[in-house]
Write a protein that binds this ligand. Structure first.
Ligand code: PEP
Length: 247
């Protein structure tokens, strides 16, 4: 089985105005020849404009969340179909900021994944333990439990990825050691194979949490790391390109 092409995705979170599209254009101009698939997930307000700005380039545009329903009375929410209609090709689901801030459960994340597939979007499903869970020796149990609960059977035969993002490493400058990352990624791989059989071997498992140009090469070359989900360092093209080029 050939290894899947690595995916490096930028999560802009609630950052970015029209002027920020120049950063996305600079990323697109700088990625030529990269071994990775590259995506930027801006806030919903920029998806359409970024899709137009990046048309004809290899950089994909994604959403950061998508509602499980296709339409309806859900003030402030955005449906997967609307993300796709605006030009998104991928969507981040189950990010810890949504699990913690909006009480998203594994079951809700799984429903959102099904909605993403219905809309033709490629899901990036996030999992990760809190610092208390890690200190209690429960990191593997928590993460593999999230993989089991957040990935619906409908993903079989589709293109998707899982992002391991330790909650305590997001936006903190802290990162797990390489052996710690590899231990969790191997456990995720085993769970993917348990769930999807042979096909589970080719699902990219991204690492996310304080990835920056200085630590990207070591992380991206670790065992079972199939790319990165990058928050803060994806906001500036120079930093994001530094990570992409570390592959
Ligand atoms: C994220 O929120 O997905 C993330 C990885 O953030 P940061 O890179 O800023 O830690």
């Amino acid at each position: 089985m050939t290894a899947p092409q690595p995916l490096i995705a930028g999560n802009w979170k609630m950052n970015g105005l029209a002027a920020s599209l120049d950063e996305a254009r600079a990323v697109a101009a700088g990625v030529a020849g990269s071994a990775a698939r590259v995506a930027i997930c801006p806030p919903a307000t920029l998806i359409h404009r970024m899709s137009e700005a990046l048309a004809g380039t290899t950089v994909l545009v994604g959403g950061q969340d998508g509602h499980a329903e296709a339409s309806g009375a859900f003030t402030g929410d955005v449906a997967a179909e609307q993300l796709a209609d605006a030009g998104a090709k991928l969507v981040i689901l189950g990010h810890s900021e949504r699990r913690a801030g909006y009480r998203e459960t594994d079951a809700l994340v799984a429903a959102k994944v099904k909605a993403a597939l219905r809309a033709g979007l490629e899901p990036i499903v996030c999992v990760g333990e809190t610092i208390d869970e890690r200190k209690a020796g429960r990191a593997l149990e928590v993460v593999t439990g999230q993989v089991r609960g957040s990935l619906p059977a409908e993903l079989a035969g589709t293109t998707f990825s899982v992002a391991y993002e330790p909650v305590w490493a997001i936006g903190t400058g802290l990162t797990p050691t390489t052996p710690e990352i590899e231990e969790v990624h191997r456990a995720i791989r085993a769970t993917l194979v348990e769930k999807f059989g042979e096909a589970g071997k080719s699902v990219p498992i991204l690492y996310g949490g304080s990835v920056k140009p200085a630590n990207a090469a070591e992380i991206l070359h670790a065992d079972e790391v199939g790319g990165a989900l990058v928050g803060g360092a994806s906001l500036k093209a120079a930093d994001f390109l530094g990570i992409i080029r570390a592959l």
